[in-house]
Design a protein around this ligand. Sequence first.
Ligand SMILES: [Fe+2]
Ligand SMILES: [Fe+2]
Length: 341
Amino acid sequence: MSPRERIADKMEFPPETQQPNVYPLSWESKTKKMEEIWEAAQRENWDPTKLCWDTFDVEKYSWEEREAIAYWWSILSVFDASAPPVFAAALIKTYEAHEEDPVRRCFFSVTRDEQNHEQMCGLAITKLLGSTSYLTHEPKSELGLKAQKNVKWLYYNGARYWEGYKKAVPKYSLAVLFSSFLMGEIAAATIFHQMAAGCKEPVFQEAFRNIGRDEGRHMAICMSLMERDYPHLKDEDKATITKQIRAGYLFLSGVLFEPPEEFWDIPKDFITNQRACDEVARKAGFGIPTYDQKKENWRGAMLNLKGVLDKYGTEFPAIPEVGITGREISDVEMEDIIPVF
Ligand SMILES: [Fe+2]
Ligand SMILES: [Fe+2]
């Protein structure tokens, strides 16, 4: 039937709408927890431009310090700047899958939150560098030059992930996607908690507290959906999730720990340069955890996730980098990379 052919004068009721179509035209609400999370999201919404920016005097930092701190924000934005489109795609999927009304709203709130986080990265970087991107910034110190080279490589690698994600979204069920999202959220909640505790600059503290609270809600969204769906998970989905977790570990190590070469295509001096930036930022009162702290925290976050998956009889992958044994996963494909912040 051509879409222009008029049928309304030929029948009393229209034919059945083919399913799934993009909008459900129903507002079912079964998972009470999702309503609570949505209400919290409404209450806790914040505006990055309204933080205590007036207390922030960038001039009190040297150029080296400014460029080192901006480097950290740039690493973060490789993840957070991809989060709005990533969650916008997931939001569309909740409509296509005719998810419950509060689930749709919760994914909308995550998209909005991530936009805030991305905006925050932009505000911090712009103030610190006096330019709108590290990529086009003219480095003012030796360290800044090295940091900029790192940012270019991070950007290149992060962009590879988006192609994988676009292929993954239609391929996997929401239940599978949640495990990756959850991983991103556990990682995010971990890192912002650490940063809030270790930062001396009030405006950054404020931002980290807000972002950490958002990430806690995102985590709760994933957890309640897992509680709802995982008891009925198919075995093939379980195997996919195990692989996803390994892929997520590799990807998120870029911000939580140090980028492993198994996924990250980076030059030899990358890690040295990053450690040098971390060191300078730390001394300037920007509390990036040390190598050992990062490792310990990342391990803790992974064990947390393992605890959740164990509950649903889903095998955990081996993560020898942080001393976790499990199923060996080799050759993680780009299409398997889903995790986000
Ligand atoms: Fe998040
Ligand atoms: Fe985020």
